[in-house]
Structure formats: structure tokens, C-alpha cells
Design a binder for this molecule. Structure first.
Ligand code: HEM
Length: 169
């Protein structure tokens, strides 16, 4: 049976090595905290204003400002900055935290559409960093689709990819 990482690569079209090129890029130090605050704000402004009601409604129970903070703190931590997210929220446990939501292929594409636009319209993100971030986002989005799907299929199987550093389950 393919692993979650293998499914993520197949579905996203992004090889694992390209997805984790972020690990050699020190993006937090190159781009700075404010860029990630701006990127997350830009992204969630698009999500909360989405004309597609089915997608907007996935976020209906979350307060926008809180969602922005969750995301930029996660990104800062994941991209080489201080562990802001874990100090406030604990282990990222991204699959478990996405389980309440319908993280389908369609939702992943819509999420990525908004993130692509946010990356293109946030100042101070050079093209090389943009490509690296988008590869990471694409792969992670489909990792979440695969992980949520698997957990829904078998609620009692512990996440076998928990030992993988890159995408904490
Ligand atoms: C939280 C949906 C992909 C990282 C959330 C929330 C929703 C959601 C509804 C709750 C908002 C909040 O309270 O923070 C989705 C959907 C995705 C997706 C439909 C499509 C695949 C991603 C990706 C990443 C990500 C690709 C990371 C690269 C996060 C983080 C949180 C979050 C860090 C905050 C979790 C928490 O602290 O509770 N997501 N997400 N998500 N998402 Fe996603």
C-alpha cells in the first residue's frame, strides 16, 4: 500500500525532494516574519471572501484573525524560525487537526488556488522562494487529503507516518 508521502507526491505531481527543498532554503531568515504575516493575511482574506460558498463554509466556525495567526506561526516555525506555533498550540498534528473538515481533492485545489494568488500578490517574495513554497504547499495539501481519507477509513489505525519529520501527523 502506498504511504501518505507517496500518495501526496502522486496526487500533487510534486516529488518529495522538491516539496522539501524548503529545508535547505532558510526561508524564514530570507523573507522575515512580516512577510509571513502578510502572506497569511492575504491568503485568508481570499478564503473568507471566496465566491464559492462550499469552500468558504469549511472555515465558517473559525475566527479569521485566529486562523491567520495559526497559519503564520506554523509557517514561521516550519520554515526555520522560532517555534511560535508549538508554544501556543502544541504539536502541529496537521492530519488530526484537519480531520473535522472535508479535505477533498477539490478543496485542496481551491486552497492552492488562493495560496497561489496570495503568493503572487504579497510583496517581497522572490520567484525562487515562491516556487519552493508552492511545491511545499501542493505536496502538503495532498498529504492532508490522503491522511484525512485514511483516518476516515480506519479510525483505529495509528498514523504510520508519524515518524516522518516533514509532515507531522
Ligand atoms: C487550519 C482547512 C490545507 C495548515 C485549518 C482550518 C481549516 C483548514 C478549516 C481551521 C482554521 C483555523 O482555526 O486555524 C484546510 C483545507 C486544506 C488545508 C480545506 C486543503 C487541503 C492546509 C495546508 C497547510 C495547512 C496545505 C500547511 C501547509 C493549517 C494550519 C492550521 C490549519 C497550521 C491551524 C491548525 C490549528 O492550530 O488548529 N485548515 N487546510 N492547511 N491549516 Fe489547513
Amino acid at each position: 500500500m502506498p504511504s501518505l508521502q507517496e500518495k501526496a507526491s502522486e496526487w500533487s505531481g510534486v516529488a518529495t525532494t522538491d516539496a522539501f527543498a524548503i529545508d535547505d532554503a532558510d526561508l524564514f531568515h530570507n523573507l522575515g516574519l512580516q512577510t509571513f504575516v502578510n502572506l497569511s493575511t492575504n491568503f485568508y482574506n481570499r478564503v473568507y471572501n471566496d465566491e464559492e460558498e462550499w469552500f468558504r463554509s469549511i472555515f465558517a466556525k473559525s475566527e479569521k484573525q485566529n486562523a491567520i495567526q495559526n497559519q503564520y506561526e506554523f509557517l514561521v516555525q516550519r520554515l526555520g524560525g522560532p517555534p511560535l506555533y508549538s508554544h501556543r498550540r502544541g504539536h502541529p498534528a496537521l492530519i488530526a487537526r484537519h480531520r473535522p473538515f472535508p479535505v477533498t481533492h477539490e478543496a485542496a485545489e481551491r486552497w492552492l488556488h488562493h495560496m497561489g494568488q496570495a503568493l503572487d500578490t504579497t510583496s517581497d517574495i522572490d520567484d525562487e522562494s515562491k516556487v519552493k513554497l508552492m511545491n511545499f504547499f501542493r505536496h502538503t495539501a495532498y498529504f492532508l487529503v490522503a491522511g484525512v481519507e485514511q483516518k476516515d477509513q480506519n479510525l483505529h489505525t495509528p498514523c504510520k507516518d508519524a515518524a516522518l519529520k516533514q509532515h507531522p501527523c
